[in-house]
Design a protein around this ligand. Structure first.
Ligand SMILES: Cc1cc2nc3c(=O)[nH]c(=O)nc-3n(C[C@H](O)[C@H](O)[C@H](O)COP(=O)(O)OP(=O)(O)OC[C@H]3O[C@@H](n4cnc5c(N)ncnc54)[C@H](O)[C@@H]3O)c2cc1C
Length: 342
C-alpha cells in the first residue's frame, strides 16, 4: 500500500498551496484530483484582490494575469452607482491554478489526476482511478479536504455546507474596455447579484442567486446580458459557459481528528461576494505551515476569517430571504454600502 505523510483531496488553489508549503518542508505529499488537467475547466469570474499578489508573488507567473482592476462599481435598481476602490487582477485561472500545482511538484509533491476520493478508514483513504474504475488504498498521517464547495471529505467527517449560491456565467466580447468590476444588484437576481468582470477585450458576465427563489438561473443571466447589450457594453456572442456552487454558510468546524478542511470545502468563500480564491490560498498556506499543530491552525483561521464570513452568512439569512424592498435590503447586504459594515 502506498504511504504518504499527507494526502490532499483537490488540486485547486487551497489544495495546491497546501501541497506547496508541505513539500517545501520535505513532507511526502500526494494530491488527487478528478480533473484531467489542473485548472481546467475554470468555474470562476477570476478576480483577486491585489493583497494576494503582494503576499504570494511566486503564484503569479507570466500569463496568469489577464488585466488590472481599480474600482468596483455597484449599480442599484434605483439608479444609484456606488464606486469603491477595489485594486486587483482578473486572472487566467487555468494558468494560475496550474502554476501553483507545478510549484508544489517542483518541491516533490506527487499529483494523481483522474483520481477520485471515495472514503476513509482509520489512517487509510480509498481512491478510485476514474478511467479504469480501479480502486486502491493509500495510508496517510493527515488528510486535507480541499475538494471544493460540495466537499465529500466534509460530508464524511461531520458538518458540511448546507446553503449555497448557484451561478451561471458566460464569456463574451467586451466592447468598451474598462478597469472596473461592474456589480448589478437587480430584482431579477434574487438573493445575489450579477457581474461583469473585464478580461481585456472579453468579459466574464454572470449571475449568482439564492436557489430557494423560484427563478430560472439561465433566464436571469439572459436578462442581464440583454441589459448589458442595451448599454452598449457587450456583444451577446457566447465564447464560453461555466457555473458552479458558492458555499454560503461561513466557516465549518475545520479539524476532524487527522482531517482538515481548506478553501471552499471548509467554507472559506465569502457568503455574499462569492470571493474565495484568496482565502483558499491563505488557508492552504496556513495549514501547510502547521499540519502537525492543527488545533492552532483552526484557532488562527477562526480568528482571522470566522467573524466576517459568519457575519455575511447571517446577513443572508436575516435579510436576503425576501427580495422585495430592495432599497432597504441592498444597503444592508452589499459590501459597497456603509450600512453593510455597521
Ligand atoms: C461562477 C463562479 C465565479 C466565481 N468568481 C470568483 C471570483 O471572481 N473571485 C474569487 O475569489 N472567487 C470566485 N469564485 C469562488 C472560487 O472559484 C473558489 O472560492 C475557489 O476556487 C476555491 O478554491 P478551492 O481550492 O477551495 O476549491 P476548487 O477550486 O473548487 O478546487 C477543488 C478541487 O477538488 C477537486 N475535487 C472535488 N471533488 C473531488 C473528489 N471527490 N476527488 C478528487 N478531487 C476532487 C475538483 O476537481 C477541484 O479541482 C467563483 C465561483 C464561481 C462558481
Amino acid at each position: 500500500m502506498k504511504r504518504v505523510d499527507v494526502l490532499i483531496v483537490g488540486g485547486g488553489p487551497a489544495g495546491s498551496t497546501c501541497a506547496y508549503e508541505l513539500s517545501k518542508r520535505g513532507l511526502k505529499v500526494l494530491v488527487v484530483d478528478i480533473k484531467r488537467r489542473i485548472g481546467i475547466p475554470v468555474q470562476c469570474a477570476e478576480f483577486v484582490p491585489i493583497q494576494l499578489y503582494h503576499q504570494f508573488k511566486e503564484f503569479f507567473p507570466e500569463g496568469s494575469i489577464a488585466q488590472r482592476v481599480e474600482n468596483m462599481l455597484s449599480l442599484t435598481p434605483w439608479g444609484e452607482v456606488v464606486s469603491i476602490k477595489s485594486e486587483g487582477f482578473v486572472l487566467n485561472r487555468e494558468v494560475f491554478d496550474y502554476h501553483i500545482a507545478e510549484l508544489a511538484q517542483k518541491h516533490g509533491a506527487e499529483y494523481m489526476l483522474r483520481t477520485r476520493f471515495v472514503g476513509f478508514e482509520v489512517k487509510r483513504v480509498y481512491l478510485e482511478r476514474i478511467d479504469t474504475r480501479e480502486g486502491f488504498w493509500v495510508e496517510a498521517d493527515f488528510v486535507v479536504g480541499a475538494d471544493g464547495p460540495r466537499s465529500k471529505v466534509a460530508r464524511l467527517t461531520g458538518e458540511a455546507t448546507k446553503n449555497f449560491l448557484t451561478t451561471a456565467q458566460v464569456s463574451v466580447p467586451l466592447k468598451v474596455p474598462t478597469k472596473d468590476l461592474l456589480i448589478y444588484l437587480r430584482h431579477y437576481i434574487p438573493g445575489g447579484y450579477g457581474w461583469l468582470f473585464p478580461k481585456g477585450n472579453l468579459a466574464n458576465v454572470g449571475v449568482g442567486i439564492d436557489p430557494s427563489y423560484p427563478i430560472n438561473l439561465m433566464e436571469s443571466l439572459k436578462i442581464l446580458l440583454e441589459e448589458l447589450k442595451a448599454e452598449g457594453l457587450i456583444e451577446i456572442k457566447i465564447i464560453k459557459r461555466t457555473g458552479g456552487w458558492i458555499p454560503a454558510d461561513g466557516l465549518l468546524p475545520l479539524v476532524r481528528g487527522r482531517v482538515v478542511l481548506l478553501g471552499d470545502a471548509g467554507g472559506f468563500c465569502h457568503p455574499i461576494t462569492g470571493g474565495g480564491i484568496a482565502n483558499a490560498v491563505m488557508s492552504g498556506s496556513m495549514a501547510g505551515k502547521s499540519i502537525d499543530k492543527l488545533q492552532d491552525f483552526e484557532e488562527e483561521a477562526m480568528e482571522i476569517f470566522g467573524p466576517s464570513l459568519w457575519r455575511a452568512s447571517e446577513k443572508r439569512k436575516k435579510y436576503m430571504k425576501r427580495w422585495d424592498n430592495l432599497k432597504e435590503i441592498i444597503p444592508k447586504t452589499w459590501i459597497a454600502f456603509e450600512e453593510y459594515w455597521i
